[in-house]
Design a protein around this ligand. Structure first.
Ligand code: UT7
Length: 326
């Protein structure tokens, strides 16, 4: 048993902030941001929520797959920025879409979240436990960003992407995923539920740095350019697939220079590494499914093409999976 991706969808907020808009907030410039990250602008929620974007992306993916909400028996939402803790975002999506037969849960693995949602759903489908899954990455990172910190606020954006997976009898590819919690301090965000460790004065100042994302950008950059090529080589070797068989490398969109460095280390042309970070910034777990949906809509994905999906980020967590487009 294996899985096929039979539909994709996405939702992008229409409100945007370009680099000049960021330069009005912090000491930076359009030139610096473009040169160091490849980002030109990002879309930011303006009325939308993580749940509402997940619903729209999920609805679109079901339509694209020709699958009814009632047929879905598993919904996984990957997010670190949900507006809802209870019920979980996946149950909210179920309610909104009318997916009355689905088992629902959220998954928290930051920028590697969509990859892990894919692996989790694939394992359930391959094991015969469920037959039709809706997996979604949805993030409102603008709510978790310190807009006074130029080291992070230049990078992130909001949006959602989704895919519908079905069990099928094609070949099953095994993923490679890893984590290194000991290096987790490179990218952190405290829960506001962590308040119980604060005294009253600290609670009053709760919007101090720890309650927004904090990042050692250099450390994350170095981790990514080393570990992502390793994971990609690892997943190819594990499945006996040659690198030249891969048509597309769909990487988490964190920084254009990270993607270029991975391409160089693998000895592959950038043409095989689609990039849309210029438009959306880093949307964490939404970046891979948004990219997948764009490529699908543009008709770039051809039957029989093999692709690698690779995620990396906070945790630290990273990994790669192989998929053959149906
Ligand atoms: O999704 C996964 C999580 N995140 C990532 O993958 C992010 C990975 N890291 C990065 O993308 C990059 O490290 C950043 C884009 C965050 C930073 O780029 P960098 O090339 O690593 O810059 P840097 O921190 O080494 O700073 C270089 C210089 C410094 O000035 P000096 O010391 O050379 O004079 C910084 O103070 O650039 C300065 N700088 C800035 N200047 C203008 C740092 N941030 C900015 C800024 N605008 N926003």
């Amino acid at each position: 048993m294996a899985v096929s991706i039979c539909g994709t969808g996405s939702y992008i907020p229409s409100y945007t902030i370009d680099n000049n808009g960021i330069a009005a907030l912090v000491d930076t410039s359009d030139g610096w941001i473009q040169e160091r990250t490849g980002i030109r602008r990002r879309h930011i929620v303006d009325g939308e929520t993580t749940v509402s974007m997940a619903c729209e992306a999920g609805r679109q993916a079901l339509t694209s797959a020709g699958v009814s909400a009632e047929e879905v028996d598993l919904i996984i939402v990957s997010t670190i920025s949900s507006n809802m803790i209870l019920p979980c975002a996946a149950c909210e999506v179920q309610k909104e879409l009318g997916a009355i037969h689905a088992t629902c849960f959220d998954l928290s693995a930051a920028c590697t979240g969509f990859l892990l949602a894919y692996n989790t759903a694939a394992a359930y489908l391959a094991g015969g436990i469920y037959s039709t899954a809706l997996i979604i990455g949805s993030e409102s990172l603008s709510n978790l960003t310190n807009w006074k910190d130029r080291g992070t606020c230049i990078l992130f954006g909001d949006g959602a992407g989704a895919a519908v997976l079905k069990a099928d009898d094609r070949r099953m590819y095994l993923p490679v995923t890893r984590a290194d919690g000991a290096k987790g301090s490179a990218l952190t965000l405290k829960s506001r539920h962590d308040w119980n460790v604060l005294d009253v004065k600290e609670k009053r100042d709760y919007d101090s740095d720890g309650y927004f994302m904090q990042m050692d950008g250099k450390a994350v950059f170095q981790f990514a350019i080393k570990r992502v090529p390793e994971a990609i080589r690892g997943v190819l070797e594990k499945n006996g697939v040659r690198q030249e068989e891969i048509a597309w490398f769909l990487l988490h969109q964190a920084n254009r220079r990270i993607i270029e460095s991975v391409a160089k280390r693998l000895g592959e042309p950038m043409e095989k590494f689609p990039v849309n970070i210029q438009e959306y910034g880093n949307t964490s777990s939404a970046s891979i499914p948004i990219l997948l949906d764009e490529m699908n809509k543009k008709g770039l994905l051809k039957s029989g093409q093999k692709m690698v999906l690779a995620g990396f980020g906070a945790g630290l967590i990273w990994g790669a999976a192989l998929y053959e487009w149906i």
